[in-house]
Design a protein around this ligand. Structure first.
Ligand code: GLN
Ligand code: ZN
Length: 761
């Protein structure tokens, strides 16, 4: 047995190259297949991944990176942190697990939230003083044995104890002074028990992920990190410990980790490129392995191997051993670029998905340790692709450059606020507490069918368009009947709020099979933003005009904002994000201006991902928020004072972005508030927000239809914080995932509640 870790990847996609796991999960949930069949599919996918990673020549193959839903939930189950309300359901282990993930009739699921600054969502464990940790489930051991039976020695991967507790929330019963991290000692005892079992099973290396240390951390938390890994390191019979941090610069935690007895650390040299500066000062590294995360696990571009090798070479003397790895798990990229038949061939030659990234890791590691000559031909081929991309003339559009070069501060500034308000009042003539929705109406199976038929060429464009117009007419009539004030067309023509726009702009390509897990069985297919972005022709104007022609009430144009388009795409990495954002902003600006010229008086630009892209380190917030806010303002400042700009954000806990919401300077901002009981309005008041606001008066994320009394109560609560002349009435997100039956009743109740409150003003 070798003791080196060798080249490796921190994790791998698990949904299946053809989304086999998604299908199996959904069939199981629908009762069409049993547990045996689900387990069989899962085992096949694991075997296939191990075989592929092993045959590719990695020095160390990870295991336990498979999950039926989420790796944080897996960790909670491994250590017995199952809240009593799920145990009480009396289900078998797998169904208890799915109950925590998805809820059952009687019991809602655990809360779900974004995994750091990615678009992957994890389930939030609930930890209290009463949580009993134990080694409740031995999946990590079983998986190791499963791979061993195939003749493949693997390295079990778990979320590390600090990151696990830092991502958890305290139980409802826990006292105010409690934080989950208070339970670190108890949890570490259970990790120690697992490590001992893994050791006896023959495991040589274990990976404990601590990405929480790429974010700001207090010194007490750093001390706890030290304490935990000293304790685990001192265990007498244990596997070697490999602890990667990722998604950014690990800051002081790296010094802490290298001072403990663990055997290997991993650093993200893509998102945390600055880390290379501190490595030479870390004496603790000299007798450890450094897994250098040189291959980007978050994006889909081929690695510049020469550049990566140069970085790798500077590391060689700094650690006892240097191995090449990915910056983070490959969970965040699709499986295999070879599945793509229709991407522009030149763009395709610049791409590397998970499978190709594994090859890059192996190649880089060989070049680093055996010398370039050993892999000369592959390096030359790779270089040719990098150079082709670097020199591609299509990556520079002089027209786009000329436009961004001429931008002045006034392009990102709208007219005087008071005048805007007065002009809009006059132009729109709305009643107090105007009623509106967030944009989408239920996507019926007819709508989806028409889109699929059109995409397959089974119906022609005029037929498709006339079906969409019929749907828009139904949506407009429904809103008229319900007495809403600012109407929407319902977005039936959109597959997705980002992909739809990317398909109509220059500079993007779409994939056919580039699926990435978002949560559970849900996958997204992010477009690839490879070049200079522009909007050759109007995108939404035709639909908006059509809808406006059906009613005298204002119809709200509906667009996705530049930050959200970047957040939910794979974005070019050869220029600063701020520059790309500026181009996308101008493309959206063109659309806003064209909507105005077509007679649309209200335009909403959604930015649900504004907070998601916020850097993990607070020192980087200012810079990010500056370009993010500016790009929204560039997109929305091309119109006259009388055109009303709305924005929509999908959350209510603004935290660090609250001042940015004010700076967006949208005339009307709609946001989530139903679940947090309007507290968000006080937060906005505290930073001087003075524009109009539509706090969602009911939660669309549940099929429950809200009663009139409830909505009325929410509205009255909102009026405590915001004067009536600045308050709008709307649900808290789009209605796309709901059914018409619910939506009709819910909106009717919303209207009745608003009328009651209006009458009492
Ligand atoms: N306008 C979009 C819709 O209603 C907004 C979606 C979102 O906020 N994520 O569907
Ligand atoms: Zn939303």
């Amino acid at each position: 047995m070798t003791s080196k870790i060798g080249s490796t990847v921190l994790g791998y996609p698990r949904i299946g190259p053809r989304r086999e796991l998604k299908r199996a999960l959904e069939s199981y949930w629908a009762g069409r297949i049993g547990q045996d069949q689900l387990r069989e599919t899962a085992a096949e996918l694991r075997a296939r991944t191990w075989r592929e990673l092993h045959d590719a020549g990695l020095g160390s193959v990870p295991s336990n990176t498979f999950s039926y839903y989420d790796q944080v939930l897996d960790t909670a189950v491994t250590f017995g942190a199952i809240p009593e309300r799920y145990r009480a359901l009396g289900l078998d282990p797998l169904d208890t697990y799915f109950a925590m993930a998805r809820g059952v009739e009687s019991t809602p699921p655990l809360e779900m939230t974004k995994w750091f600054d990615t678009n992957y969502h994890y389930l939030v464990p609930e930890i209290g003083p009463e949580t009993t940790f134990s080694l409740a489930d031995r999946t990590p051991v079983e998986r190791f044995r499963e791979a061993e039976r195939m003749g493949i020695t693997t390295r079990p991967v778990l979320v590390g104890p600090l990151t696990f507790l830092l991502l958890s929330k305290k139980t409802a019963e826990a006292p105010d002074s409690f934080t989950p991290l208070d339970r670190l000692d108890d949890l570490v005892r259970s990790y120690a028990e697992l490590l001992s079992e893994l050791h006896h099973a023959g495991v040589e290396w274990v990976q404990l992920d601590e990405p929480a240390f790429a974010a700001d951390r207090q010194s007490a938390e750093l001390e706890k990190l030290r304490g935990a890994y000293e304790r685990l390191g001192k265990l007498s019979a244990r596997p070697k410990l490999f602890v990667p941090t990722y998604f950014g610069d690990p800051g002081e935690s790296l010094e802490v980790l290298t001072s403990t007895p663990i055997e290997a650390v991993g650093v993200d040299l893509v998102a945390g490129a600055t880390t290379t500066n501190v490595l030479s000062g870390l004496t603790g590294l000299r007798n450890k392995t450094l897994v250098a995360g040189l291959v980007d696990g978050r994006n889909i571009w081929r690695t510049d191997l020469d550049h990566a090798l140069a970085t790798g070479a500077t590391l060689l003397g700094l650690a006892g051993e240097v191995a090449v790895g990915t910056s983070c798990s490959l969970l965040h990229v699709p499986y295999d670029v070879e599945f793509e038949q229709n991407i522009d061939p030149q763009v395709k030659s610049w791409l590397a998905f998970a499978k190709q990234k594994v090859e890059e890791v192996v190649l880089l590691d060989r070049a680093l340790h055996e010398g370039r000559e050993a892999v000369r031909e592959q390096l030359d081929n790779a270089r040719a692709a990098i150079e082709d991309r670097r020199n591609a003339s299509r990556l520079r559009d002089e027209k786009v450059r000329a436009r961004t070069g001429q931008l002045r501060p006034e392009h990102a500034r709208r007219g005087d606020r008071a005048k805007r308000r007065a002009d809009q009042r006059q132009a729109l003539g709305l009643p107090p507490l105007p009623l509106t929705t967030i944009g989408s109406f239920p996507q019926t199976s007819d709508v989806r069918k028409a889109r699929a038929q059109f995409n397959n060429g089974r119906i022609d464009r005029p037929t498709y368009e006339s079906r969409m117009v019929d749907e828009i007419r139904r949506v407009i009539e429904l809103q008229e009947e319900l007495g809403l004030d600012v109407l929407v067309h319902g977005e039936p023509e959109r597959n997705d709020m980002v992909q739809y726009f990317s398909e109509h702009m220059e500079g993007f390509v779409s994939t056919e099979n580039g699926w990435v897990q978002s949560y559970g069985s849900r996958c997204v297919r992010p477009p690839i933003l490879f070049g200079e972005v522009s909007r050759p022709d109007p995108i939404t104007v035709g639909w908006a005009k059509e809808a406006q022609g059906m009613t005298d009430k204002p119809v709200k144009g509906m667009l996705t904002g530049p930050v959200t388009i970047l957040a939910w795409s794979f974005v070019r990495d050869d220029q600063p994000l701020a520059e790309t954002a500026e181009q996308v902003a101008l493309a959206i600006r063109d659309e806003v201006v064209d909507l105005e010229s077509a007679g649309i008086r209200v335009v909403q630009v959604d930015e649900p991902a504004l907070r998601e892209l916020l850097p993990l380190r607070s020192e980087l917030h200012g810079q990010y928020l500056e370009w993010a806010v500016r790009s929204f303002r560039l997109a929305t400042s091309g119109v006259s004072d009388s055109t009303q700009i709305h924005t929509h954000l999908c959350y209510s806990e603004f935290g660090e972005v609250i001042n940015a919401i004010v700076d967006l300077d949208a005339d009307v901002t709609s946001l989530e508030a139903a679940r947090s009981r309007m507290e968000v309005l006080d937060d906005l008041n505290s930073v001087g927000f003075a524009n109009e606001v539509g706090p969602g008066v009911y939660d669309i994320h549940s099929p429950r239809v809200p009663e009139v009394g409830e909505i009325e109560k929410s509205l009255r609560a909102a009026l405590e914080a915001v004067p009536a002349d600045r308050l709008w009435v709307n649900p808290d997100c789009g209605l796309k995932t709901r059914g018409y039956e619910e939506v009709r009743t819910a909106l009717a109740n919303m209207r009745t509640a608003a009328v009651r409150v209006r009458d009492s003003l």
